[in-house]
Design a protein around this ligand. Structure first.
Ligand SMILES: [Zn+2]
Length: 314
């Protein structure tokens, strides 16, 4: 096909993960902290994650985090001095394990972006902590890896305009606020209008989806939103937050999207990026289930689609 000839990348899928993403965590807590480990395991079993295509990020230097966060907030989180109220809003108990994984994940998203610049496409097997604000944590999100990575790419002069396309079922309110006056990063959130956070921020483009929307309608609204975001932002890099909490059985989502719908969505977005020669890095975003193995397979969908497309476009 004609557009294959114009591809400027030698496509190969790069993955980013770290063994410390899943740490010893209270089992009764509703946050599925083991899903990161299970996702990597599952992709290894599928032959998608191998020793040669999987990269391990280091821990963040404070300067990287200051691309998107207040130094005082960073210092208080790192030294376990957040107030009880702040911890409640964060939604996760502070521990050394939480601290370690939190400092690694933004480097993981940034590394996935750098690998995508080189290879055309890359997937971080974590990330998408889009409720993290400039100076506070919220909704299981402490550091905003999306804003940190986008700002880092811009600061390093590697790209001119980043589109953050966020289809997690919840609005990317932290990302929107941190980047609201930044004309080099365009934020687009496609989310269920009646879901967390109650008080929405203003993204550059918000696509509000009514509660209980079914798969076909969801896909149509999502695709229209993506095309509009592309036209408005004209990006030379895309970060795709492929949250799977739009899935009909997700306990924190209020939409009725099937697994096939999630797959069709991820295929649509990633295929458009590759057709348009725009490098894309994916993060997994939100997804909840008591069965963390099943949940990991749900998060694997975006990676599987990226894998298939990277082979097709080679
Ligand atoms: Zn979510």
């Amino acid at each position: 096909m004609a557009f294959f000839a114009s591809i400027k990348f030698k496509m190969s899928l790069a993955l980013v993960t770290h063994p410390e993403y899943s740490y010893d965590f209270p089992q009764k807590h509703r946050f599925p902290m083991q899903k990161f480990k299970f996702l990597h395991q599952y992709l290894k079993e599928q032959g998608i994650a191998t020793a040669t295509n999987t990269f391990r990020p280091g821990s963040a230097k404070i300067e990287l985090l200051q691309n998107a966060h207040c130094p005082d907030y960073l210092n208080r989180f790192v030294t376990n001095q957040l107030t009880d109220k702040e911890i409640r809003r964060m939604g996760l108990p502070w521990s050394e394990g939480l601290l370690r994984r939190t400092l690694i994940s933004p480097v993981g998203t940034t590394l996935a972006c750098q690998l995508a610049l080189k290879n055309g496409i890359a997937c971080h097997l974590a990330g998408g902590t889009h409720h993290a604000h400039y100076d506070f944590a919220s909704g299981f999100c402490i550091l905003n890896d999306l804003a940190i990575a986008a700002n880092t790419l811009i600061t390093q002069g590697k790209v001119k305009k980043v589109l953050i396309f966020d289809v997690d079922v919840h609005q990317g309110d932290g990302t929107a606020r941190i980047l609201e006056n930044n004309d080099k990063v365009f934020t687009c959130s496609v989310h269920c209008e009646k879901n967390f956070p109650a008080r929405k921020a203003q993204s550059d483009l918000d696509i509000n989806i009514p509660r209980d929307t079914q798969t076909d309608r969801y896909l149509q609204i999502m695709a229209d939103g993506f095309e509009k975001a592309l036209a408005l932002s004209k990006p030379d890099f895309i970060i795709y937050d492929a949250g799977v909490d739009v899935f009909t059985d997700d306990p924190l989502g209020l939409l009725n999207v099937s697994l096939e719908g999630v797959r069709a969505r991820d295929n649509y977005v990633l295929k458009r990026c590759l057709e348009l020669n725009i490098p894309v890095a994916t993060v997994i975003g939100g997804g909840y289930d008591k069965d963390e193995h099943l949940l990991a397979q749900r998060h694997a969908i975006a990676v599987e689609e990226a894998y298939k497309l990277s082979n097709t476009f080679l």
